[in-house]
Design a protein around this ligand. Sequence first.
Ligand SMILES: [Zn+2]
Length: 494
Amino acid sequence: MRRAPRPKALLLAALLACRSIAQAEEPASEQAMPAVKLIGELPPAPAHQWSDLTVDLNDHRTAGNGLVSAPALSKYLNGLYTHIKIAAGVPDWPGAVHISSDTTLNAHASASGNIYLHMGLIRSAESEDEIYGVLAHEFAHIYLNHQAAYEAHQVASNAVTGAKVALLGIFQKKLPGTNPSWSAFDSLALVDGVVHDSLIPVWQRDVEEQADMFAATLSLRERYSYPSGYKAFLERLAALEQREQASQPFGAPEGGATPAAAPGTTRKTHATAREREEVLTAKMLPLMPRPRPAPRKAPWQAVVKDKETAEVLAHFALLPEIAKLQAAGRNADALKLAQVAASGATAGDGTMLLVLQGAMKRTGASIEEQRAVLLRNRSWPERSWSVQYQAAMLVTPEQQPFAKEFLQEQYAYFGEAPRTWPDMVGFYFRNGDKFSQLALSLKCTTEARFRDACVYNTQTDAQRQQAANQAANRQQQQLNKWEQKLKDKLKLNQ
Ligand SMILES: [Zn+2]
């Protein structure tokens, strides 16, 4: 009779399997990636392989604080998206617009056809022309097969994960287990914040220019204002980039372009918003119709003034106020404001509930009270993984079995999204549930992009350091390779 394999042997097998997947990994398919040669002309739509819409949604519901429920705003945004698909001649393509709780001035699209507008961008927009321009830009990445040719999100995630492992080493004193006031959730959130802005995929410059030209083409076709629309958005982004650069704690991002740098002095990996705006405006000037179309401010104003939408936006605007009060030690005032933020149209919103729970913790609320607040998100139209995970962490040792059952229920609800795996492995690890931890670690071998974060919780510090070095080398090689491939595809000579 054979003995059952020992956990260590299983883990080794898992790690070896990870390695062979890493070597075999070839993120791009050979799908066509047409180029926009002139503003005003769109290349014919290439064949598409759509990724799964539900898997994509679960991936986003488990990222950050998840998605925001704002039905009237969603309806309006999806109306615009329908017009964009019609204008591009592909009315039947899949995908919808969703609102991300991310408070940065940004948006992104996925290979499923979904577009995610961040709350930060929505809050700053002043006209339909701007929103249309941004949606058209994101749709360009879908139409031109940018994700399929180079799964942007995936490679960025890989790079982020590699760096995350390295940074977790740097922030070791904040790791779970070494400092009881930090949970794995805090560490990962902290590292996400640090990495997010400095790891810009090297290929971004080329595809962004293509998407900008595509957005300009559709804006012209639909007679949207360019100066008050997409140009205004790029200008706002440029102002923000300049402010952020001035306050960067670690200086400018490695390899990133600085506005002051003379051309050719640094190897530019992505264009700044200011450069993008200048390039696009130079191309647009001779094409803009006269008389210039008036900006469509009224429809956008109407949608953001809708009672429910206005409340969602107002509550997101309270977040910096709450942080300011907390920084000043005014925790009771911060709690009052957090209670307002987590009420009405955002009573069950993931971000608001996490902020409220944090404010309650600072004022000495019991873990039962904190957990009760977080559980309001369970019956909300948009459920957030972060909130569910945090609720499962707020238990006494006697409540552990309930917490495990609860978290496994959530894990199933979010379609066992790979993004939850590091949390799940960490949860089992902390609770000494070696068997479940191992079972999930093995699962990491089926999804290459989460292997590092999954394996992380099962390694010693020395192994982590070694893995971080290997990951960094691997990422660099992969990025170099893909930068060249992409340039070949786009036939760009820079
Ligand atoms: Zn883009």
